[in-house]
Design a protein around this ligand. Sequence first.
Ligand code: ZN
Length: 327
Amino acid sequence: MTSQIEGIFARQLHERRKRLEEAAARSGRSEELTHLLRDVDRALDKINNGTYGLCEICKDSIEPERLTADPLIRYCLDHLTSTEQRALEMDLELARQIQTGLLPRKEILLPGWENAYHYEPSGPVSGDYCDIIVPKGSDDTFFFIVGDITGKGIAASILMSQLHATFRALAATGLPLHQLMGRANRIFCEASLITHFATLVCGLANSDGNVEISNAGHCLPLVLRSEGVDRFPSSGLPLGITCDGKYTTERSHLKHGEMLLLYTDGLSESTGNTGERYGDDRVVDILKSEGSTLPSRLIAAYLEDLNSFASNRQRSDDLTLLALRKV
Ligand SMILES: [Zn+2]
């Protein structure tokens, strides 16, 4: 663990200790508070003697994302007690259900567009963000978003739900897209750890086929036209890198039958049976060969191709695909 990250945990633990002491001053030192203070002091001692983040049984590193979610944990996943194991499984299942509930409705109707998406965590929960937002009172425009938070698992999934809340709130403000991204970046930057950032594409489309896209360092959105495949350029740094990040908006128009595809690197960076990368060219090839159809069929074609490319491998990264076709 780097001293910088250790410093972040130390600050969090000192802050937690202060709050516990304040609670004890207000309501007396209950048995529970005494236990919590002891746990915090134990973690601070470990930071001082250089053993913080190591499992107390095997001395291996504790999974960083678990430590981020709870800086007081003492054992790696292999050495949980059976009670802790069961509690963890129940927590993860609940987190999975909550996250699934944050996804856009599969049957959502959009003005002038067909749509489909695929959202697949590599574990119980995902660090990808996928959303379609129809602002209240709007019958002509909608937002579409695909993002990818660094890391996987619980910490990333918590930040995913934060992005979800942020964009849901900002979508109602009517801000120009580049300003909306700047605002979302500031909120994310101020709330997340310096170890975490998010690449993300946020788009706004209307029933005439006009599309605006702002891209914070994410895989480039692709458009299949009769002349070939276009790419929307990236227009800013990933969210959370710097709090005053600036973003721009790219504009385009899609004609009847043209297809827009957004995806996370769980597709393009996927590794095959012999260790080779799936790659951006293959993403483009499938779009060219299968993109003149329904969005749901295009996504099915990617999943079929990905499964044949990596048939022996379990997914190592979260995967999200979102396809929109102008009708
Ligand atoms: Zn262990």
